[in-house]
Design a protein around this ligand. Sequence first.
Ligand SMILES: Nc1ncnc2c1ncn2[C@@H]1O[C@H](COP(=O)(O)OP(=O)(O)OP(=O)(O)O)[C@@H](O)[C@H]1O
Length: 302
Amino acid sequence: MEDTAPAPPPHAGSTVRRIDTQSAPVILKVEDVALSFATGGLFDKQGRFDVLKGINLEVRRGETLGLVGESGCGKSTLARVIAGLIPATSGRVLLGDADMAHLDAAGWRETRRAVQLVFQDPFGSLNPRRRVGAIIGDPFRIHHVASGTDRKNRVQELMERVGLNPEHYNRFPSEFSGGQRQRIGIARALALNPGLIIFDEPVSALDVSIQAQVLNLMSKLQRELDLTYLFISHDLAVVRQVCNRIAVMNKGRIVELADAQAIYANPQDDYTRTLLAASVTPPPQHFARSRDLVQTIDWAAA
Ligand SMILES: Nc1ncnc2c1ncn2[C@@H]1O[C@H](COP(=O)(O)OP(=O)(O)OP(=O)(O)O)[C@@H](O)[C@H]1O
């Protein structure tokens, strides 16, 4: 299946699913999280760099929370703290009732299943020597969920769900387009029925028509599977289409968090206004093409 289907311009309309963000249960809570990296005094006299400063946010079941801010403000670092890949220096990350700082082995396994990270990786790629069926089937293999024909059937169901041809199970990543490879990453993230999927800039390097297809796929999957997303982007025009609420981040702090409509209609913070002013949709030729854009965390190696 090729990415040639006509698609609406990605910034033309919203695909946001309506949910009651006040009453839906909280599945993730970030409480006063701070993170400092040691710099050895290279960049500042204290010998540390405060990347995250007093971060508070909640993600409610079924919503898409956007996390927006300029490059370097700490979005990806926060994603990694939430996914349990980097411990916070202080504060708490609660997944359901479980404090990520105090998980036993079973708790870690559950976290690795429950939180999936899908991100833009212009330099990396899906392992070119592995077949797509094996790549998408990794979570089943790693978590001992399914093997043999059962695993193959489940992988092919996932391929179908994300709009890939299941008969392409034995193909290599190089035989897929950029948009299709994103679908491969998304299929792998879906494998273990995650409670939360963190998308880190999943469409920012894609051709504009392919962006629309991937955003539409994300919305379709969310409706069908009742998924919860944390959507990270530097571009307020992109998150507008998919987010119920938006957190605006600047220099390691959340400076504003509100319903998406309120952010656009009545931004409260100067920095949000600056970001909004900068989020004019660029013409298609300004989007770089990328051969391989999304990679999920290889939990076996993490
Ligand atoms: N392991 C590390 N050690 C030291 N500094 C780091 C480390 N990881 C990230 N940083 C710094 O933390 C800051 C935030 O980085 P981060 O990647 O989280 O930002 P971002 O908002 O996601 O930006 P981008 O969209 O460009 O990825 C940057 O200044 C980065 O250089």
